[in-house]
Design a protein. Structure first.
Length: 222
C-alpha cells in the first residue's frame, strides 16, 4: 500500500460544526482503524520524511478547536500520531467568512505536542502565498512564532494549497523537511518533498467514501 497523506480540517458532530470542512468523529475513528489494522500505529509527516514507514499520514489544516478537542483520544486508541498545522496569529478561521470557527488555543496546542503529535507551520495569517510579495516573511515569522512557543516546525502546509515555484523554493530554503499541497495523489518516490500531494477528506467521506477515493476513482476514465 503506497502512502497517502490525508487532509482534514474540523472534526465534530454536524449539529455543532456543520458539514463545511468537517468530518464526524465516528468516521474519523473508522478511518484511523482501517489504516492501523493494516500497518500498525500511524506516524507524523516529520517521522515519515525521516524514514518511518506508514500507510497513511493524517494532517489537520488550521488546527480548529473541534479538532484539538476530539482527535487526540481517537489516535490514542492505537498509539498513532498526526500532524497539526497551526496559523500562529489567528484565533478564529476568519477566512471562512460567516462560517468561521474557533482555532485551538495555546493550551490545546501544548496538549497536542505533549501527546506526541507534530505541530507544523501553516503561516501567520492564512493568506494565499502565491498572491503576496512578502511570502518569505509570512512563512519565516510563523516558524519563529512556533519556535518561541517550543515547537520548532519541521514541515509546512500551504494555505489553500496556493503556491508557485518561488514559494516552494522559499520553504525549502528555510530548512523544512517537506511541505504538503492540495495536489491530488499518493506519495511516490518521485514526489517533490516540498509539494507533496494529499487527499482531501470531507463530510460525506465515511470509510466507504474514503476507500472509493483511494481505490476506485483513480481507475475510472478521466
Amino acid at each position: 500500500m503506497r502512502t497517502v497523506i490525508l487532509c482534514y480540517h474540523k472534526v465534530g458532530p454536524v449539529a455543532e460544526e456543520g458539514r463545511f470542512l468537517n468530518v464526524e468523529p465516528r468516521h474519523m475513528a473508522a478511518q484511523v482503524r482501517f489504516f492501523t489494522r493494516r500497518s500498525g500505529p500511524l506516524v507524523t509527516l516529520r517521522q515519515f520524511l525521516t524514514g518511518t514507514p506508514s500507510a497513511a499520514i493524517f494532517t489537520f489544516d488550521d488546527t480548529y478547536q473541534s479538532t484539538a478537542d476530539r482527535v487526540p483520544s481517537i489516535f490514542a486508541e492505537s498509539q498513532s500520531k498526526a500532524t497539526f498545522y497551526v496559523v500562529t496569529q489567528k484565533t478564529t478561521s476568519d477566512w471562512d467568512g460567516d462560517r468561521a470557527r474557533p482555532l485551538a488555543s495555546r493550551d490545546q496546542i501544548e496538549c497536542l505536542f505533549r501527546a506526541g503529535h507534530e505541530i507544523g507551520n501553516h503561516t501567520r495569517t492564512h493568506r494565499h502565498l502565491n498572491a503576496i510579495d512578502d511570502f518569505a516573511d509570512e512563512i519565516g515569522r510563523a516558524g519563529a512564532d512556533l519556535t518561541d512557543w517550543g515547537y520548532p516546525p519541521a514541515t509546512f502546509c500551504y494555505p489553500y494549497g496556493s503556491l508557485n515555484p518561488a514559494v516552494a523554493d522559499e520553504v525549502r530554503r528555510q530548512g523544512y523537511l517537506g511541505a504538503v499541497s492540495l495536489q491530488r495523489g499518493r506519495v511516490q518516490e518521485t514526489s517533490d518533498r516540498w509539494q507533496l500531494p494529499r487527499l482531501v477528506v470531507g463530510y460525506s467521506d465515511g470509510l466507504p467514501g474514503l476507500l472509493y477515493k483511494l481505490y476506485i476513482r483513480p481507475l475510472l476514465p478521466k
